[in-house]
Write a protein that binds this ligand. Structure first.
Ligand code: KDG
Ligand code: MG
Length: 410
């Protein structure tokens, strides 16, 4: 199955996406997602300028060998740009192998371990009324697990809570962090105000919606270890499914301190890109859920190994699924979710109609559960004519400053 062409498609149907399209000599097409929010063109160049020439003429079936070749021959290992580029190739090759086999990808990964993939949705509000309305809306959509983010008194803009709808006429809980602008937006932050407020929000949500609904929360890397420990402890009465990214986790050992103080389950890793970023966290059982995405962590090949390693320590999956993972990356995640034994939950932030026009998907969401569908391969097609109508537009994630002007983690 010789590779005869590899093209990088950058398109912006509502937001930017980088897609690798690999064609084999018998005309099969494989797709891979290489989208890195706010740094898309770096991955596009890595692929176009450095990887595509290495792919032409290779055997598309040799997935492990291609992965090891791209990882080791670069000499400069890891990092989000490299690992997103490798992921794009890896996922496109798995798509091709499954199409050649005439099977949905999950069959090649060992077959389905479950009938559906529990998904959590994002509820948010500027105040309790808006938040409750958003939770009810998500329950009506069928979600059986819900992430809760709210505004904090005294802070103008908080991660996960839109100050205005992302699309004209959209709902107020329709959140898209990347903003199309020549410069990143500046937001403000105050951890003390946040720590005071969040437990009161969960108390209100539990008394309105009862004890059973699985609730999640994303701390988005903003606390020190001792602050994170305090929040975890304060949230224990509200029985969270998980507290995500409580500290910036470059320092894996920080989680030891958090873990000593709280039984609130911890999820981490959406900004990680290698199993090495988790080595201490998993081996010492300092976390409960792995948040990596297939797109930023070297593809199916690397994620399968990471999740198998996690399984040895009863750590489960919670694959990252925001809108900046394209439908191709999302489909790859769903095939993996269905096949692995240590599945936990899958994030679902649905894409808008423009994105769905460019990427035609077969995955479904019904009654709270996702399924990748049974088309051969990933089950996603790229409409290149539609993609060409939406050229790349510069977009940045926001960043934070404290009241005294210091830059803070966003
Ligand atoms: O690009 C940044 C987003 O992917 C991130 O902010 C989303 O934290 C996020 C989440 O949990 O979905
Ligand atoms: Mg997150």
């Amino acid at each position: 199955m010789k590779i005869v062409a590899a093209e990088v498609v950058v398109t912006s149907p509502g937001r930017n996406f980088v897609t690798l399209k690999i064609t084999t000599e018998d005309g099969l097409i494989g797709l891979g997602d290489g989208t890195l929010n706010g740094r898309e063109l770096a991955v596009a160049s890595y692929l176009r300028d450095h990887v595509v020439p290495l792919l032409l003429g290779r055997d598309a079936h040799a997935i492990e060998d291609t992965w090891q070749f791209l990882y080791r021959s670069a000499y400069w290992r890891r990092g989000p740009v490299t690992m997103s580029a490798i992921a794009a190739v890896d996922v496109a090759l798995w798509d091709l192998k499954a199409k050649a086999a005439g099977m949905p990808l999950y069959q090649l990964l060992g077959g389905a371990s479950r009938t559906g993939i529990l998904a959590y949705g994002h509820a948010s509000g500027r105040d309790t009324d808006e938040l409750f309305d958003s939770i009810r809306h998500h329950l009506e959509l069928g979600f059986r697990a819900i992430r809760v983010q709210t505004a904090v008194p005294g802070i103008d803009a908080v991660y996960g809570v839109p100050t205005r709808p992302a699309t004209p006429g959209g709902r107020h809980d329709d959140y898209e962090p990347a903003q199309r602008s020549p410069l990143p937006a500046e937001e403000d932050w105050d951890t003390t105000a946040y720590l005071r407020h969040i437990p009161t929000v969960f108390e209100a949500v539990r008394s309105e919606f009862g004890p059973e609904l699985p609730l999640l929360h994303d701390g988005h890397h903003r606390m020190t270890p001792i602050q994170a420990a305090r929040l975890g402890k304060a949230l224990e009465p509200y029985d969270l499914f998980w507290l995500e990214d409580c500290t910036p986790a470059e320092n894996q050992e920080a989680l030891r301190l958090v873990r000593q103080h709280t039984t609130t389950p911890l999820a981490i890793g959406e900004v990680f890109n290698s199993v090495w970023d988790y080595q201490t966290l998993i081996r010492e059982q300092l976390i409960d859920y792995v948040r990596s995405s297939v797109t930023h962590t070297g593809g199916i090949t690397a994620m399968r190994k990471l999740l198998d390693y996690a399984a040895l320590y009863q750590v489960k999956s919670g694959i990252h699924g925001p809108t900046d993972i394209s439908p191709v990356g999302m489909a790859a995640a769903l095939h993996l979710d269905l096949a692995i034994h240590n599945f936990g939950v899958q994030e679902l932030m649905p894409h808008g109609p423009l994105t769905n026009e460019v990427f035609r998907q077969t995955y479904t969401f019904e009654d709270g559960y996702l399924h990748p569908g049974d088309e051969p391969g990933l089950g996603v097609e790229l409409d290149e004519e539609a993609a060409a109508r939406f050229p790349y537009e510069p977009a940045y994630l926001p960043f934070n400053r404290l009241k005294d002007g210091t830059v803070h983690d966003w």
